[in-house]
Write a protein that binds this ligand. Structure first.
Ligand code: NDP
Ligand code: 2IT
Length: 453
């Protein structure tokens, strides 16, 4: 069979759509990667012959299970839990758990697919997985969260393990939930192992893991700006979200001399023209993470700020933007607003926050644009370092870990730049293409080595 006889991108996507009916997020993620990978493998017969992309786009397995728990009023509640083990060609499955009412198979398949490329980019030996539940943690008591987490782990424990699959946090899953799940895993198995990352420091967690995703996304931004002889110093930043990734991204922007104008949540966005300093960011961390109250209350605490109910922050003029909330939170109109208002760089803290039309806007404008699978890889990278520390039964210093994070982000940046240099219409670096190709090659070559499995 000659290379020209192979299916083309559109034929491939027809097959993906047929096999995954209605799974819009998954299809979107596969399309975004396939556009670049098809171009790259056009003259590389071995990848076609072995159907590598087709195989990466078919999860190794999906586990779906019932999660029953009892709420504080004695009602029996039933949720659906999942673990999508996408690909373990280069290491154990690795990726977060998401607890959010929107969770479904399509969302977790897209996240596990993206994670496979992201983890490959970190240079660490980790495959790709993702899991979670349609459980909505909002408004639940601590005891309800505990009972849910225990019930969830009572099934999940059969499918995970320190050398098999190592989950971590994601939306709705932070230190509290990881603690409850780790406790239940240990209780059921009677083994103390690094089965989860993002653990508390007292029981095998790693310094810098909490901050790593947000900090890493800002380091990636800084690396992109440096290619233009520029820096974050003095730049205005629009950031979305107000959870783990967004608040730590905001913190690092402030540390590097930038000015954070916005943060947001699912209800609207906050605009603070004076800029959010560390005290204000700490207030938000406490309000969202501890009090679990309304972000809008910020305006009463800090004069001069405003709350914009039901809106996204993309219309606020800025130099740089970091979408750090959720998938498809920015569409074509949002991307156009940013570009029209003079935004020169976007680094994604969230997974797939910009939809395909929005990505086209950034590429056409030729601005610096980093896809999440590259720019938010700092979190899973430090998770990988947590696994190493657990295996060696050691704890590394904060300084060591900060250095590791910075250098891993620089490596990822440079790897993407190698494959993406000069590939935008204006001659700029196409970081999306760079990330997709570099992430693919390592996984693909490992799969070739294994033969047909
Ligand atoms: P958190 O649960 O800590 O925070 C999520 C934030 O996003 C909250 O502000 C939440 O608002 C907002 N949000 C959630 N869903 C929506 C929605 N549908 N519309 C608007 N806003 C929404 O999660 P993380 O900060 O951990 O995760 C944020 C993103 O970063 C996700 O895309 C995640 O996959 C990605 N990511 C996370 C990593 C990590 O280490 N935690 C690593 C790499 C990527 P509200 O409070 O109102 O729900
Ligand atoms: O999307 C992600 O990379 C995460 N939620 C973190 C995964 C991890 O295993 O640390």
């Amino acid at each position: 069979m000659s290379v020209s006889d192979h299916v083309d991108l559109e034929q491939f996507m027809v097959g993906v759509e047929k096999r995954n009916p209605g799974e819009t997020e998954f299809i979107q993620a596969v399309r975004e990667v396939s556009e670049d990978v098809f171009e790259y493998i056009a003259d590389k017969e071995k990848y076609h012959q072995h159907q590598i992309l087709r195989r990466i786009a078919e999860p190794d397995r999906i586990v779906s299970f019932r999660v029953c728990w009892e709420d504080d009023n004695g009602n029996i509640r039933v949720q659906r839990g999942y673990r999508v083990q996408n690909n373990n060609a280069i290491g154990p499955y690795k990726g977060g758990l998401r607890f959010h009412q929107s969770v479904n198979q399509s969302i977790l398949k897209f996240l596990a697919f993206e994670q496979t490329f992201k983890n490959s980019l970190t240079g660490l030996p980790m495959g790709g997985g993702k899991g979670g539940s349609n459980f909505n943690p909002k408004g639940k008591s601590d005891n309800e969260i505990m009972r849910f987490c225990q019930s969830f782990m009572t099934e999940l424990y059969r499918h995970v393990g320190e050398d098999t699959d190592v989950p971590a946090g994601d939306i709705g899953v932070g230190a509290r939930e990881i603690g409850y799940m780790f406790g239940q895993y240990k209780r059921i198995t009677n083994r103390f192992t690094g089965v989860l990352t993002g653990k508390g420091l007292e029981y095998g967690g790693s310094l810098v893991r909490t901050e790593a995703t947000g900090y890493g996304a800002v380091y990636f931004m800084q690396n992109m700006l440096e290619t233009q002889g520029d820096s974050i110093e003095g730049k205005t930043a629009v950031i979305s979200g107000s959870g783990n990734v967004a608040t730590h991204a905001a913190e690092k922007v402030v540390q590097l001399g930038g000015k954070v104008l916005t943060l947001s949540d699912s209800k609207g966005y906050l605009h603070d023209p004076a800029g959010m300093d560390q005290d204000k960011i700490d207030w938000i961390k406490n309000q969202k993470g501890v009090v679990r109250g309304s972000l809008a209350d910020y305006t009463a605490a800090f004069a001069g700020s405003s709350w914009h109910e039901g809106e996204t922050p993309w219309g606020v003029a800025c130099d740089i933007a970091l979408p750090c909330a959720t998938q498809n939170e920015m569409d074509q109109a949002g991307a156009e607003l940013l570009v029209a208002n003079g935004c020169i760089a976007v680094s994604e803290g969230a997974n797939m926050p910009v939809n395909l039309d929005g990505v086209k806007v950034f590429k056409a404008a030729g601005i610096l644009y980093a896809p999440g699978k590259a720019s938010n890889a700092g979190g899973v990278a430090v998770s990988g370092l947590e696994m190493s520390q657990n295996s060696g039964r050691v704890s590394w210093s904060e300084e060591q870990l900060q250095d590791h994070l910075r250098s891993i982000m620089k490596e990822i940046h440079d790897t993407c730049a190698t494959y993406g240099a000069g590939r935008l219409p204006n001659g700029g670096c196409d970081y999306v293409k760079g990330a997709n190709i570099a992430g693919f090659v390592k996984v693909a070559d490992a799969m070739l080595a294994f033969g047909v499995v």
